[in-house]
Every structure is written in structure tokens, then in C-alpha cells.
Design a protein around this ligand. Structure first.
Ligand code: DGL
Length: 270
């Protein structure tokens, strides 16, 4: 039994970490498309093609269920994949729905019609491709009415984190929050809609102030997957081995991965 976790690169390790903590008995197979990262500046067709290729690799590894940890892939490719590509008996799930279910105070998997919710002003911080897709607003509209979303494309933050330049990443977070504040001075909630941003939680918290509720994905995705597997245990696939696959150079990727999980990770060529 194995569940696949797809990401454009290493950021998805923040999600994987929470999954492993919550579901220690499930073997997770991680796939990082490091040869093609970042996705956040690519167009939707490109993201779709790359995401299908990576997810297929995870199906081949014995996973029947794949989590797209990558927000950009979830935003730009998931719907198209679910509508015309995902084979019979396989499932691909993204990271927006658990987040929106939490934001709108729903039970996991509650598909009842949209309703008024407490939160009215939401700031979304994400990659340019995620913001351009408007997928977050679309998924939110299925579940809530009357919520104003202001989306801030956070150019440069992923690159700065990948290069290990946390001072630049922090400065960029502050300037993106400032830009958001000019359009929405008082958000009640802020969504960190990118795998890399949990690493910048303190900077977002400092720039946004204490009164804004921060929604970060890893724990929400893990709680939602636990509930999903309780309802659909048959979706844990035939694979039995956990592992880490990359389209990049396994040695270089493994070295960089320690930055995300602070432990050694043995990547293999995908
Ligand atoms: N993993 C991507 C996301 O969550 C960020 C990195 C990228 O741009 O590829 O949006």
C-alpha cells in the first residue's frame, strides 16, 4: 500500500512531513519534478503536461491515490486531469479543497451547497500561475458565498527559498504583504497557498499582524487525507515501499532537501 505525493520540486516536503506524522503506517512515495521546477512561472498547458507525467510515474510505482502537494499543479492542472485524464480506479486530489473546507468551517468532504460563512475578507498568497488560474476562487465559490478574495502573486519568494537566501525571501514576503494591504487593508484570514510558504510563516505573521488567521496547508491536508482514507481505505494502492523520486540530480536534490526537512533524504532518479 502506498500513496503518491507529487510536487514540482522540494516544497512538497513540507506537506509530506505532515502526512508522515499523521499517518505513520502509510508508505508515501514522493515525486519531485526538480528538472522542471519552478512551475509557478509556467503556463497552464505546460504545467498540465508535466503534472500528468509525474503522476503517471507514481501510478506506475503502485499508487492508486496521488496527492498534488503543489498548489500550482492543483490550480492549473488538476481539474483538467480529473475531467479527462485520470484512469479508472485511480484518484488525484489537490491541496485547495482541504484548505477551503477549513476556511469555510466544513466537515471534510462536505459537498453541500454554498452558504454564508464567518470570514469575509481573505488574502491569498501564491505563485503567479496559481493566482492566474483563479482556481482558489472557483473552489471557494462552490462552498461559500459573499467572501471577498484578494490574491497576491508572490514573485521571487520560491526562488529565494530554493537558493537558501532567507533574508531576500523575508524581504519579498514583507513587500508582497504590503502590496496586498494596499488593496485589502484588513484581511481576516490569509492563505499561504504555496508549498514553500510554511517555511516563511514567521515572516508572514510579522507582516500581517496577530489578528489575521493564517491558513497553512500541511496539517490541513494531512487531516483531510486521514479522513479520506478512513472512508476510502481501498484507495491505498498496491505499492508497499516508501521512497523519494526526482527528475533532477538525486545527489544535489537530496542535499537541498535537508533544508526542507532537516534530515537526510535518499532521493532516486525517477
Ligand atoms: N510547489 C509550488 C506550489 O506549491 C511552488 C514551487 C513552484 O513554483 O514550482 O505552488
Amino acid at each position: 500500500m502506498a500513496v503518491g505525493v507529487f510536487d514540482s520540486g522540494l516544497g512538497g516536503l513540507t506537506v509530506l512531513d505532515a502526512l508522515v506524522r499523521r499517518l505513520p503506517d502509510v508508505p508515501f512515495v514522493y515525486f519531485g519534478d526538480n528538472a522542471n521546477t519552478p512551475y509557478g512561472v509556467r503556463d497552464a498547458d505546460d504545467i498540465y503536461t508535466l503534472t500528468c507525467a509525474g503522476v503517471q510515474r507514481l501510478f506506475d510505482e503502485g499508487c492508486d491515490l496521488v496527492i498534488l502537494a503543489c498548489n500550482t499543479a492543483s490550480a492549473a492542472a488538476l481539474r483538467r486531469m480529473q475531467e479527462g485524464w485520470v484512469p479508472e480506479g485511480k484518484r488525484v486530489l489537490g491541496v485547495f479543497v482541504p484548505l477551503i473546507e477549513a476556511l469555510t468551517e466544513r466537515q471534510w468532504g462536505d459537498n453541500s451547497p454554498p452558504r454564508e460563512v464567518k470570514v469575509k475578507h481573505v488574502a491569498l498568497f501564491a505563485t503567479p500561475a496559481t493566482v492566474a488560474s483563479r482556481a482558489f476562487q472557483r473552489e471557494l465559490a462552490f462552498r461559500a458565498i459573499g467572501v471577498d478574495v484578494e490574491a497576491q502573486p508572490c514573485g521571487g519568494v520560491v526562488d529565494a527559498i530554493e537558493q537558501g537566501d532567507m533574508i531576500l525571501a523575508e524581504a519579498l514576503v514583507h513587500s508582497h504583504v504590503e502590496a496586498l494591504h494596499r488593496r485589502m487593508p484588513r484581511p481576516e484570514a490569509a492563505v499561504l497557498g504555496c508549498t514553500h510558504y510554511p517555511l516563511m510563516t514567521d515572516a508572514f505573521r510579522a507582516a500581517l499582524g496577530d489578528r489575521v488567521e493564517l491558513y497553512s496547508q500541511p496539517d490541513l491536508v494531512a487531516a483531510s487525507l486521514e479522513d479520506y482514507l478512513r472512508r476510502r481505505p481501498e484507495m491505498i494502492g498496491a505499492g508497499t515501499e516508501a521512497g523519494f523520486l526526482t527528475t533532477g540530480d538525486p545527489v544535489a536534490v537530496a542535499r537541498k532537501a535537508t533544508q526542507f526537512l532537516r534530515r537526510r533524504i535518499p532521493f532516486q532518479a525517477a
